[in-house]
Design a protein around this ligand. Structure first.
Ligand SMILES: Nc1ncnc2c1ncn2[C@@H]1O[C@H](COP(=O)(O)OP(=O)(O)O)[C@@H](O)[C@H]1O
Ligand SMILES: [Mg+2]
Length: 297
C-alpha cells in the first residue's frame, strides 16, 4: 500500500522518519508530499490532482501539518478527499481541530467538560470575560498556536492591555480561559487511534511555568489511563471527527477533568521516548487495516 504523508518537513523529521520506517517494516511504501508539489485543479468539471515527483496516487493520505496548517494546505486536504483518496484525519475534522475555539465549542456542545472559555475580539470583551471568570489570573491563547507558544497567564490589567495590544489578531479573536492552578493539577496527553488510547503520559510544568508541553518540560511519565479519562479522550476525538489525536486533558486538584485541546497532527517523539511504545507502527497498522483493502501492493 502507498501511504501519502502531507508534510512541509523532510524525511528526517521525527514523525515522518518513524512512519516511513514503520511502513517499510510492514511491507508498505510512503511518499512524502509537500504542498508545493501538488497541482490541484478543477478541470472538465472535476477535481484533478497531480503530485510532482510521485508517479502513483497514494492509497491513503495522512495530513501531517500541525497547527500551522494554512488555508492553502487545508484546501489541498479537501482536494485529496474529493479526488477519492481517503484522508486520515479528514478535512472536516482538521478544520475544527485546528482552531482551539471551534474545537472547544464542539466538545462543549456534546457535554464534554472543558475549561470556561471566552472568545474575545476587543479589550472591552476581554474585561467582561475576566469578570465572568471571577477575576485574574486568566489564561489567554491564540487560536492556532502550539507547543505552548501562544498560551500565556494574564495576572493583571496592565499585562492584559499589553497582551491584547500585541497578541490579539482581530480576524481570529483571542481565547480567554479560566486558569486551573498548577498546584495539584495533573496534565495528561492521550494519544488516540480510532476508538483506543494507544499511549498516554503525564506532564508536569516546570516550577516557574504553568504550561506542561513536552517541548518545554523535556519529558513525561508514562501512565495508564483509567476508564473515565480514556473515554474522555476517545469521545473528544470522535466528537471532532478525528481518528488520530493527541488529546490534552487537565485534572484539577479536586479531581475534575477538563479537555483543553485535541491536536489533529500530534507528534509522538516524546511519547515514544517516555513510554517505549511504538506509536508509528500502530498508526501504520491502523491505516492499512482500515483503508488498505482495495489497494494492497
Ligand atoms: N486553562 C488552563 N489552565 C491552566 N493551565 C492550562 C490551561 N490551558 C492550558 N494550560 C497549560 O498550557 C499548556 C498548553 O495549552 P494548550 O491549550 O494545550 O495549547 P498548545 O497548543 O500550545 O499545547 C497545557 O498543556 C497546560 O499545561
Ligand atoms: Mg497542547
Amino acid at each position: 500500500m502507498l501511504i501519502g504523508i502531507l508534510s512541509v518537513r523532510n524525511h528526517r523529521y521525527h514523525p515522518n522518519r518513524r512512519l516511513i520506517e514503520a511502513a517499510e517494516e510492514q511491507g508498505h511504501r510512503v511518499s512524502l508530499i509537500h504542498p508545493r508539489d501538488c497541482f490541484f485543479e478543477v478541470t472538465a468539471g472535476r477535481p484533478q490532482l497531480g503530485i510532482r515527483g510521485v508517479d502513483a496516487r497514494p492509497d491513503v493520505l495522512l495530513p501531517r501539518i500541525g497547527a500551522t496548517i494554512n488555508d492553502y494546505a487545508l484546501s489541498l486536504v479537501r482536494h485529496f478527499e474529493l479526488s477519492g483518496i481517503p484522508v486520515v484525519n479528514d478535512f472536516q475534522s482538521v478544520l475544527l481541530a485546528r482552531n482551539k475555539f471551534l474545537g472547544l465549542q464542539s466538545l462543549a456542545r456534546k457535554g464534554i467538560p472543558v475549561p470556561d472559555s471566552h472568545l474575545i475580539g476587543n479589550f472591552q470583551l476581554f474585561k467582561e470575560a475576566v469578570r465572568k471568570i471571577g477575576g485574574y489570573p486568566v489564561v489567554a491563547k491564540t487560536l492556532s498556536s502550539r507547543q505552548g507558544t501562544g498560551v500565556v497567564l494574564v495576572e493583571s490589567q496592565a499585562t492584559a492591555e499589553f497582551i491584547i495590544h500585541n497578541l490579539l489578531d482581530k480576524s481570529q479573536g483571542l481565547l480567554i480561559q479560566e486558569y486551573v492552578p498548577s498546584h495539584g493539577r495533573r496534565d495528561i496527553r492521550a494519544f488516540v487511534l480510532g476508538n483506543r488510547v494507544i499511549g498516554a503520559m503525564e506532564l508536569r510544568p516546570k516550577p516557574t511555568d504553568f504550561r506542561s508541553n513536552i517541548h518545554l518540560t523535556g519529558g513525561g511519565r508514562p501512565v495508564t489511563l483509567g476508564q473515565g479519562l480514556a473515554e474522555l479522550a476517545i469521545s473528544s476525538t470522535r466528537t471532532l471527527g478525528l481518528e488520530i489525536s493527541g488529546t490534552d486533558i487537565i485534572v484539577d486538584g479536586s479531581g475534575t477533568a477538563k479537555v483543553v485541546e485535541v491536536n489533529y497532527s500530534p507528534g509522538f517523539r516524546g511519547l515514544e521516548a517516555s513510554t517505549g511504545l511504538d506509536i508509528a507502527s500502530q498508526i501504520v497498522q491502523y491505516v492499512t487495516k482500515n483503508y488498505g483493502s482495495a489497494s494492497c501492493i
